[in-house]
Design a protein around this ligand. Sequence first.
Ligand code: ADP
Length: 626
Amino acid sequence: MAKKQFKAESKKLMDMMINSIYTHKDIFLRELISNASDALDKRYYNAMNEGETGLDREDYKIKIEIDKENRLLTISDNGCGMSEKELESNLGTIAKSGSLDFKSGVEKGSEVEIIGQFGVGFYSAFMVSDKVTVLSKAQGSDEAFRWESEGVDGYTVSPAEKEEAGTVITLHIKESTEEEDYDKYLGQYTIQNIVSKYSDYIRYPIMLDMERTELKEGTEDEYETITEATQLNSMVPLWRKSKSEITDEDYNSFYQSKFYDYEAPLKTIHSKTEGQISYDALLFIPAHAPFDYYSKDFEKGLALYTNGVVIMEKCKELLPDYFSFVKGLVDSADLTLNISRETLQQDHLLKVIAKNIEKKIKSELEKMLRTDREKYEEFYNAFGVQLKFGIYSDYGRNKETLQDLIMFVSSNEKKLVSLSEYVDRMPESQNTIYFATGETIDKIDLLPQTDSVKAKGYEILYCTDDVDEFALQMLREYKGKTFTNICAANLDLDTEEEKEALRAENEEAKELLSFLKESLGDAVSEVRFTNKLKNHPVCLTSEGMMSLGMEKVLSAMPGANGGVKATVVLEINKDHPVADKIKALYETDKEKTAKYAKILYAQSCLIAGKSIENPTEYSELVCELM
Ligand code: ADP
């Protein structure tokens, strides 16, 4: 029988097809199973149209067989099959998709979900095999044919015997090499895994005879091998079922097995969207952050399916970074796939879906905050930091999306409050939102500046995460209220008279204050008297955008080398005995006054949680005065 030649450039194309389109060899099985599923769909569709009897929907099957000894892997279906001509044109012409042609003839909305469209998937079989045989009998015909090829060199088609309509594809699996293990494709568990990974939702049963060893009945040490026809796929995707059919348990166990979580999700969001683009989305908010969540190893993304077949395990375009904790999947028949069906050709529709998903997650979180506070706080404790990062990153582009989702512990009850709750209960005299930064709530509570803010009846937000102040600075304001760090120089707490009195006091002590500043050199930009302290003698404040807290965070970053510095002011409580003491001392002993300045500054550093530059000097000074 004459061997027909692929045309020269087809050879090249073929080689490319086999070796460079796909990144995962496993995918060949997905392609062949998808073809079989398409063939079953076509047969079913034709049968419905032509009133063919004899085959029930339940009889449609895809069967996989493994023959280890002869290195054969067989995938068969009782679908529409192919005639001699179709074998030639579909498998002899690269990039000819009989399925796509078929699809264009099918009425929209009918019960077929053809997957194929590029006419290349079949050739992926050559990634793992050195010879492929296709035995096929077209539906309604009584002739069968065998197509055979060893790859780039061409193919033969010859008459053959086959009883039932359908197709049997036999792959002769390559010998394993040092780089590549092909033997695994003759292992039942590998096949089972590949099917459940890529083809779990094919709507026809995919059967494999699986072997297992069992203790022979009535014996204690004799084993026997039992072979059992096993269905590898679960067929109906959970998200395609109608919501009323799905229980919470169904969702939870789906989530736990698919995303390897020992805990049920905190929230499940299942949405079906129809319109400009139709898709199903099944999303989960985990109850806790995965162990690698805040590390660079973590990969965000949703699984992407089209017609129940996995295209991508983690499509990161579907989730913004600030919602990266969401797990789940999207299934849409509307996406244009690229040729390997591993990625998408164009991402416009993907962007539309991503935007909708973002809105959906946001509104669900807002709803949770309104209606199930306890759950929201649980969520926030797990993932709140990510939301605050979201506000800060991308130059604040997403702050509007996120500002109503963030919370801080406040001084009122030491409970989480949202910004809107805070602003709604601000007293009328208060103009700005006060916050304080520190390692822990208790440490913040000890800051001398908190006293005067609390005394006014104003609430303080406690910022204990490094990102907090950066996020607030990015927000700039919330509902028209600015944010003020209680460690900033100007707290805006005084009446006009109080301000005036303080100004006069500082004016009068001008000479002393500049002497104190000189004694401290570059450590501070200014020394002044203040009325913002109740019992404490001193505090350290900052001026400008960079706060002491931010200085600390930024200096701790790798490569910072202490380059970032806040502009620091030493403030002395004007009503504290130490104020009078230093005024008097300045008149009599300048040298001692300079030493006092250093001690006061060191104290203010300690209170602010800033390390002292020269602890030895400080310790000596204190001893000297004692
Ligand atoms: P695609 O599936 O993208 O169309 P393939 O290269 O995988 O491309 O297959 C080419 C064509 O061969 C299919 O469109 C289909 O017409 C035909 N075909 C492949 N496998 C089968 C099968 N098992 N039964 C019937 N026809 C098949």
